[in-house]
Ligand binder design. Sequence first.
Ligand SMILES: *[C@@H]1O[C@H](CO)[C@@H](O)[C@H](O)[C@H]1NC(C)=O
Ligand SMILES: *[C@@H]1O[C@H](CO)[C@@H](O)[C@H](O)[C@H]1NC(C)=O
Ligand SMILES: *[C@@H]1O[C@H](CO)[C@@H](O)[C@H](O)[C@H]1NC(C)=O
Length: 256
Amino acid sequence: MGAPRTILLCLFGAVFHLTASQAQQCYSFQHIYFGPFDLSSMKFHNVSCRHGCSEAVLSLDTGYRASVTLVQKGCWTGPPTGQTLFDDRALPPDYSVVRGCTTDLCNAKLMTHDSIPNLSPAPNPPNLSGTECYACLGIHPEDCTPEKSRQVRCHQDQSVCFQGNGQMTVGNFSVPVYIRTCHRPSCTIKGTSSPWTNIDLQGSCCEGHLCNKDSVTQPFTSASATTPSQAPHIMALLLMVPLLVGTLGGPLVPLP
Ligand SMILES: *[C@@H]1O[C@H](CO)[C@@H](O)[C@H](O)[C@H]1NC(C)=O
Ligand SMILES: *[C@@H]1O[C@H](CO)[C@@H](O)[C@H](O)[C@H]1NC(C)=O
Ligand SMILES: *[C@@H]1O[C@H](CO)[C@@H](O)[C@H](O)[C@H]1NC(C)=O
């Protein structure tokens, strides 16, 4: 493959037939991780939910072993179905997954970092572009000062440097993000969004050794985020999983 980044967005939508059924108990949790997460020994709180449970993981990565990952579990509150965008060529790499289910304490499938793909794979065989850039990722501008950034040797066709900011959102849980990393000359920035989740990024690219040392709090224009000519194949996926409460029990969809 040789692709240094992967972007995948899946929405497991469900149509809940609202009968007079009783509420579900669901795990309730939200947290931001700056490395791999492992909830397998976590004691969660419970909440009572009328329309089922949900769980979501959103991860944004520099592609150079630095990530911000949002994990949320709680009630299913979003729209029952929706369209999601899937783009496996965009940089910086990101991934989102949302699943819903309708049995007690069923939102316990996305428990470790193993449930999402590796967004920082090193090219194998090693292949560097010859460009070096600053790389950092955080939720405060101070996380991304040039002094706090690492210097990375860019992979493959990533021959320009990138700096930007944005927002990661799942339900009503939203955090700002600040990022520097390598990019391709096309500098196409493409977040992912679904009715539930959004990874929204703006930024700019520059050419030259360690050139991405401008402020990451500046208001970048998002023009390059919507350049369709550079956008690689984007598939709109409509994943509709009708669920008849009472005929199907258990988790809606097995995870990939
Ligand atoms: C959560 O709900 C389950 C099932 O109703 C119950 O067994 C468990 O004790 C509850 N946990 C907490 C922390 O309330
Ligand atoms: C290294 O990556 C560049 C850009 O993707 C590609 O053109 C080149 O063939 C690669 N070289 C090797 C040895 O894989
Ligand atoms: C929104 O967030 C608050 C606290 O962060 C939480 O108590 C509430 O249940 C959330 N509402 C929804 C609709 O998720």
